[in-house]
Design a protein around this ligand. Structure first.
Ligand code: AMP
Ligand code: MG
Length: 418
């Protein structure tokens, strides 16, 4: 690898790793956590299933009516021009009709109620005229209409929910409909993180000349929260060799993943890189992306390690593109792609060939239903307000140059992402 710092020689990208290659390498290193825990249905929302859930019985369990109306024998209707049937009983939800239904008879039935065995068709109540204990059917009808069959929703023994699925509201209802009160979900990964840098102060402290407030630990907190993982924030570690070594050791023993920010730029003469080089199997990569060129990735002790760059926007971009999918895989998720859309770009975008850009954009849907996107303006990796203003990344391929207004671009909407 060459040691170009940010000198603008992006077109000389032969020593850079593509975003795709970096992600592939990362994912090949990550295995889903094996440990699971049993939780009650309500606690399973957003968790990842550790095992297939099969239907213990048919859903619905019995033939039932899709309408309020009358359960009839279709054969009776065939024999009469303007069918007229005697109402001999009622089948209500939870209160099935227990008797027999003979020729020329029918049963008043409600939605969800058991369709009596002797009947095969339900006529909706709007299609009959009722006079005391008789009905006249005036409308068209078909055999079997308005009857829901057992197993129509789920067949007994079929996989209702597959391992690796992140459980949503519908899934909670589905579990309940199967009578399943508890499920095995993959345990939450624990993520430990800290910031490095003598210039960093905590909110509440007074800034001295050259100091800045540590914002990365707050964005990381938010990013991790949206992923529903357990979090341990170790604070700011000063640029001191012993402190850094201790923090890397401690952090890697406390979590499944350790994330740090700062100190990984090529040419950085600080202790972070030096210490990491000593400690584990760490790769120091230059990724063909903007923002977020430098990234350290590997393992320290048994923890996965991400050394994210220091600049606030780079932290968010590299987290979203690399740490997030790694965590999703660790969580056992089967679907870890970032949802993308295409939009018409309303701005002219400057772009150097050789690095994949993740520019900050604001997208919206116009009255015709088309997605449009425009830039948030200044795109420096230090401009955190650009992330705050944006509602998407505008993703420009490594080999592309400037974008003219009116061209189509790919966007990653932030909903659920950051
Ligand atoms: P570094 O990679 O450590 O040289 O950091 C790159 C840039 O990001 C420098 O301007 C740092 O001051 C800034 N930076 C590093 N860590 C943080 C942080 N936790 N919060 C805000 N800015 C940071
Ligand atoms: Mg630093």
């Amino acid at each position: 690898m060459t040691t170009h710092t940010d000198c603008g020689c992006d077109s000389l990208a032969q020593n850079y790793l593509s975003v795709e290659a970096a992600l592939e390498h990362i994912l090949s290193t990550v295995n889903a956590l094996q440990q699971s825990e049993s939780v009650a249905i309500r606690q399973s929302l957003g968790r990842v299933l550790a095992e297939d859930i099969t239907a213990p019985f048919n859903v619905p369990p019995h033939r039932n009516s899709a309408m309020d109306g009358y359960a009839v024998k279709f054969s009776d209707l065939q024999e009469q021009q303007k069918p007229r049937l005697k109402v001999v009983g009622e089948s209500f939800a939870g209160h099935p009709y227990q008797g027999e239904v003979k020729a020329g008879e029918c049963v008043r039935i409600m939605t969800g109620a058991v369709v009596p065995d002797d009947t095969d068709t339900v006529i909706m109540q709007e299609h009959v005229e009722r006079t005391s204990d008789e009905i006249h059917i005036s409308h068209q009808y078909k055999q079997g209409q308005n009857v829901r069959h057992p197993g129509e929703d789920l067949q007994q023994g079929s996989v209702a929910l597959a391992a690796g699925k992140k459980l949503n509201s519908a899934d909670l209802g589905l579990l309940a409909s199967l009578g399943v009160g508890e499920v095995n979900v993959i345990r939450k990964p624990k993520v430990v993180f800290f910031s490095t840098g003598d210039e960093l102060k905590n909110v509440g402290q007074t800034l001295q000349a050259g100091d800045i407030y540590d914002s990365n630990r707050y964005t990381l907190f938010g990013l991790l929260k949206t992923l529903d993982v357990d979090i341990l924030d170790m604070g700011v570690i000063p640029d001191d060799q012993q402190a850094i070594e201790t923090a890397f050791n401690e952090g890697s023993q406390l979590g499944d993943m350790l994330i740090t920010s700062g100190g990984v730029s090529v040419g950085d003469a600080d202790y972070v890189t030096e210490t990491l080089e000593k400690m584990g199997q760490i790769g120091f990569w230059k990724i063909a992306m903007k923002p977020g060129k430098p990234l350290a990735f590997g393992k320290i002790n048994n923890a996965l390690f991400f050394g994210l760059p220091g600049n606030p926007v780079s932290v968010m971009a590299t987290f979203v593109l690399f740490a997030r999918p790694a965590l999703q895989k660790l969580k056992g998720l089967s679907d870890i792609h970032i949802p993308q859309r295409t939009a018409i770009c309303d701005s002219h975008l400057k772009k150097h060939i050789g690095r994949k850009d993740h520019q900050r954009g604001i997208y919206f849907q116009n009255e015709q239903g088309e997605l449009h996107v425009s830039t948030t303006g200044l795109q420096g990796s230090h401009v955190l307000s650009s992330m705050s203003k944006a509602n998407c990344f505008i993703v420009l391929p490594q080999d592309s140059g400037d974008v003219e207004a009116g061209e189509e671009v790919v966007i990653y909407p932030f909903d659920g992402l950051i």
